[in-house]
Ligand binder design. Structure first.
Ligand code: AMP
Length: 281
């Protein structure tokens, strides 16, 4: 595996790979890998001739109160794990090479980013779409893999790809969970043992919603209320939002119908956790 820091260098490499008609698979990440990240890398590996992974803690997607400065890193371990999977190129740019002096261009998906995560994190998706657009231009992947864990992010990126005619196929891979059901996240490391234990209620609330739907409940309010009640039984958990939306358009649903996304953000102590499930009704 080659480790490349220069955007220009990886772009040259990818351009020559494309001339050789190699299928480039790409997984953009912020590093500090867990099995969730690695599952995406494995999917991309299977579907490509050459696998490129990026690790870049992108400052523009963090809000002023977010954890940019303390975001966890362990490049040595990440490199080892990528090598084991057979990654060909690891792209690890510096901030100053991605956002050099005078940087002034942003990519924004307008409506899909105003709801759900966009309410509490108004600048977040602008940072995500900007960095992903830059990475797509640099790596020119044929396929790129994202996690269902960040469902809205995947929807927003698919929209950007369609609207801006990027030549890349977006694949969304399932959420990887601990045995307890807790979705893996780099941010889980901020949780104390007690908080982690309370965080198990999050997956239980998704299961509760699933059960209610299976028993015929279609009223969005009733499902959200029961989920909220369950989560609020844990003293350290504070609900930011619980939402039920159409999984393609992200339109909020009063009555459940079609492919439905149930998602939430909940603070457990100081750590903000998100999770979701998609259900066919
Ligand atoms: P991040 O490093 O947090 O930006 O995440 C990089 C990619 O990994 C994104 O596409 C995430 O959606 C995905 N991801 C994060 N957690 C999980 C998980 N538990 N299961 C599957 N994919 C995940």
């Amino acid at each position: 595996m080659k480790v490349i820091r220069s955007p220009k260098r990886i772009q040259e490499i990818c351009m020559s790979l494309k001339k050789e008609r190699k299928i480039i698979g790409f997984v953009p990440t912020m590093g500090y890998f867990h099995e969730g990240h690695l599952s995406l890398v494995k999917v991309a590996k299977k579907k490509s001739d050459v696998l490129v992974v990026s690790i870049f803690i992108n400052p523009t997607q963090f809000g002023p109160k977010d954890d940019f400065k303390r975001y966890p890193k362990d490049l040595k371990r990440d490199k080892r794990l990528l090598k084991e999977i057979g990654c060909n190129f690891l792209f690890v740019p510096d901030i100053k090479n991605m956002y050099p002096e005078g940087y002034d261009t942003y990519v924004e998906v307008e409506n899909l980013t105003r709801l759900l995560e966009g309410v509490s994190r108004p600048e977040h998706f602008k940072g995500v779409t900007t960095i992903v657009a830059k990475l797509f231009n640099i790596v020119q992947p044929d396929i790129a893999v994202f996690g269902q864990k960040d469902f809205q992010q995947a929807v927003v990126i698919k929209r950007m790809v369609k609207d801006l005619n990027f030549f890349v196929k977006i694949i969304v891979a399932p959420t990887i969970r601990e045995k307890s059901g807790l979705a893996l996240s780099s941010r889980n490391m901020y949780l104390s043992d007690k908080e982690k234990n309370e965080a198990l209620v999050l997956y239980q609330s998704l299961n509760l919603a699933k059960k209610m739907i299976e028993s015929g409940e279609r009223d969005s309010r009733k499902i959200k209320d029961r989920m909220k009640k369950l989560i609020q039984e844990k003293p350290m958990a504070k609900v930011d939002y619980i939402a039920i939306n159409d999984s393609e358009t992200l339109r909020p649903l009063k009555k459940l119908k079609g492919d439905v996304l149930i998602s939430f953000a909940v603070r457990v102590g100081k750590t903000r956790l998100i999770d979701n499930i998609k259900i066919k009704v």
